[in-house]
Design a protein around this ligand. Structure first.
Ligand SMILES: [Fe+2]
Ligand SMILES: [Fe+2]
Length: 220
């Protein structure tokens, strides 16, 4: 079993600090984008769930902010004001199904999978700070995937199949966007002791599982 990292290792501390700030910023942006979307969600079940999620994300941001202070690293935002605004503008521009895909499959499920990969090599304080947030994410992903399935089930089969193909394109696009922001995610992961190639493989495997699950009812 891998040794937990010692926080006195300064490269580790700087890189983990940046990842924590980035993760907290993403939670904060998810909170805002989901809150904005409640008003136009298509049904009460979605509205009720999303209101709960907004509360969850707010709690995650608090937990993480407190831990970042205690951890004692640079608190400068990873995403600047313009990038944060672009995130919100992107989600505002989407129809319901695309919103579900980008928010819950791309950000929550695949982003969360990447975060999970760093937990085993994190120091005990960081691990503890991620516990509640990662538990709640399971619920958020279940909601999002369930809603994507439901929306697809209402479409004619050929339209559902062609939408599934566009999901792959949407995921590639978002992935390219992150790289285009000039944030060196591979270097951050490597500095905290993760094998970046393995992280990518695990995320791609999760992505394939999700695609298979969504395709299953359409094959019947
Ligand atoms: Fe969260
Ligand atoms: Fe979440």
């Amino acid at each position: 079993m891998k040794q937990l990292r010692d926080v006195s290792d300064s490269d580790y501390k700087v890189a983990m600090g940046r990842l924590l700030v980035m993760y907290t910023q993403v939670d904060y942006l998810i909170m805002r984008a989901v809150a904005e979307r409640i008003a136009s969600a298509p049904d009460d079940e979605s509205r009720l769930f999303m209101a709960k999620q907004v509360g969850d994300e707010s709690r995650h941001v608090r937990i993480q902010q407190e831990w970042i202070k205690e951890f004692g690293t640079d608190e400068t935002p990873v995403f600047n004001e313009l990038q944060q605004e672009m995130f919100l503008v992107h989600f505002r521009s989407l129809n319901w199904l695309d919103f579900l895909t980008d928010m819950y499959i791309c950000i929550e499920a695949l982003g969360g999978e990447a975060v999970e990969q760093i937990v085993p090599m994190a120091d005990p304080g960081t691990r503890a700070s991620l516990k509640v947030p990662l538990q709640d994410e399971v619920d958020h992903i279940a909601f999002g995937l369930g809603r994507v399935e439901y929306e697809l089930s209402k479409l004619p089969v050929n339209e559902s199949i062609s939408y599934l193909k566009t999901i792959e394109t949407r995921l590639d696009f978002l992935d390219d966007t992150l790289h285009g922001l000039g944030i060196d995610v591979p270097a951050m992961f490597t500095a905290v002791g993760a094998d970046y190639r393995k992280v990518v493989d695990t995320v791609l495997q999760r992505r394939q599982e999700i695609m298979d699950r969504l395709a299953q009812p359409l094959a019947a």
